[in-house]
Design a binder for this molecule. Structure first.
Ligand SMILES: *Cc1c(COP(=O)(O)O)cnc(C)c1O
Length: 361
């Protein structure tokens, strides 16, 4: 029998979350952000759920080719643009849209053939200081591109560093509007956080990522309050039950010591499956649908759980690491990280099951 450690990914949850984007930004086109294998959910299994998106956005050129082979004919946006001239050639061949954030990328475009022009999203560095042209350099980059027969539609974009904080994107949005005031072209600014809190930034294209997978982009607001449904359920089973006497410990380093007699369960999931090793004692987990907590250090293949609130638990009982009962955001907060890192970190050895309206897809 295979190890029970699985993720179950719900296509209906992703469709629901995509419809939330429509509710919040009804006039905007939607780039579904599917980089990093759809934030670790598995793009292959999830692709049918993205049928209603207006375009797909990612950073991996091999995946973009794969999407075309799968029959995705809609727009594809490469969020980091081309990494070399061959990528520009591929973009031309496969009809990919390119972010241009750097002068070299303009040079590569200019040196290619002028047939089948490439749609561009010219990126402004609005204060995050990762990618993009500074405000003072932006107009010249725009003019250079507009003068190139190799450049098709010329759109304008920026990415917010702090859209999840109150007023956190105001300065960046003002900078974008100042620099682009006299420039034509479609605009794209909003990530998940801005889709929720900054309607002024919705513009022509929004770029939802994390919200499609059902996690909250905000540290202080639950996904359920935002009307999102968890796309991923990470689950396993108990493979051992132990009774600890007062003073007995569990796991490496003996960091958890029982104060009284207690039943504990050992779940078949550890950091080699993608469960965060830094999750301390007390991280929420559910056994048979009932909330409890982890105990001691996370091992490579195992995790200890407190069975005190779950009398009926036994070897074979179902354990939810995160999903519908335990929001992945709570586990992430406990482990000092964010849901993005946890879902992206599911290990290859974990089996993936795709369900659609409760049925296996
Ligand atoms: C990843 C990414 C997004 C999506 O961000 P979320 O916070 O997941 O919604 C949007 N835009 C760009 C440029 C990105 O790289």
């Amino acid at each position: 029998m295979p190890r029970a450690t699985c993720v179950t990914v719900s296509l209906s949850a992703v469709r629901h979350n995509l419809s939330r984007v429509r509710d919040l930004a009804p006039a905007a086109m939607r780039w579904a952000v599917v980089k990093a294998d759809a934030y670790g959910h598995g793009l292959e299994g999830l692709l049918p759920a993205f049928a209603l998106a207006d375009g797909l956005a990612l950073v991996e050129f091999d995946r973009a080719s794969w999407l075309r082979k799968q029959g995705w004919r809609g727009p594809i946006l490469m969020l980091e643009g081309a990494f070399d001239p061959a990528d520009v050639e591929q973009a031309r061949r496969e009809g990919l849209s390119l972010v241009v954030h750097e002068p070299r990328q303009i040079g590569w475009l200019a040196s290619g053939p002028a047939l089948s022009p490439i749609d561009v999203f010219l990126k402004l560095n609005s204060g995050m200081n990762r990618l993009g042209f500074k405000p003072e350099d932006f107009p010249l980059a725009w003019s250079r591109l507009r003068g190139l027969p190799q450049c098709g539609a010329l759109n304008l974009m920026a990415h917010f560093a702090n859209a999840d904080l109150p007023g956190g994107a105001d300065t960046a949005l003002a900078a974008f509007d100042r620099v682009t005031a006299s420039l034509p072209g479609g605009q794209s600014l909003a990530n998940s956080a801005a889709i929720f809190v900054l309607p002024a930034a919705h513009r022509h294209w929004v770029r939802p990522g994390i919200m499609l997978y059902g996690s909250s982009p905000f540290a202080d607001r639950r996904a359920s309050e935002l009307g999102l449904r968890a796309a991923m359920r990470f689950h396993t089973r108990l493979i051992s039950v132990q009774t600890l006497q007062p003073g007995e410990a569990v796991g490496y380093g003996s960091t958890f010591i029982a104060q009284s007699v207690m039943r504990i369960g050992i779940a078949a999931c550890g950091y080699a499956d993608g469960y965060p090793r830094h999750a301390p004692t007390g991280t929420p987990v559910a056994v048979g649908g009932v909330r409890t907590r982890t105990l001691g250090r996370v091992s490579m293949d195992m995790l200890a759980l407190d069975l005190t609130p779950i009398r009926a638990a036994q070897v074979g009982s179902e354990v939810e690491l995160w999903g519908d009962t335990i929001p992945v955001d709570e586990v992430a907060a406990s482990a000092g990280t964010i849901a993005y890192e946890l879902t992206c970190g599911i290990a290859p050895r974990v089996k993936r099951i795709y369900i659609d309206d409760g049925h296996q897809a």
